[in-house]
Design a protein. Structure first.
Length: 57
């Protein structure tokens, strides 16, 4: 799960990233410390929170 470690909103590299592997499905929660944007990534793409919640339920 490699993706540019930059915020898609402000391009800051000051991020907090937390990787999860529920049901062997790698995903990563990202939050920007500059603009507070948050997003989730799957293997090579962004995913919606609803998709994350579906995997976790």
């Amino acid at each position: 799960m490699t993706r540019d470690a930059t915020c898609p909103t402000c391009t800051s590299t000051d991020l907090l990233r937390v990787e999860l592997k529920p049901q062997d499905t790698p995903m990563m929660f990202n939050t920007c410390r500059e603009c507070e944007n948050t997003w989730w990534d799957a293997v090579d793409a962004s995913i919606d929170l609803t998709d994350v919640l579906e995997v976790l339920s």
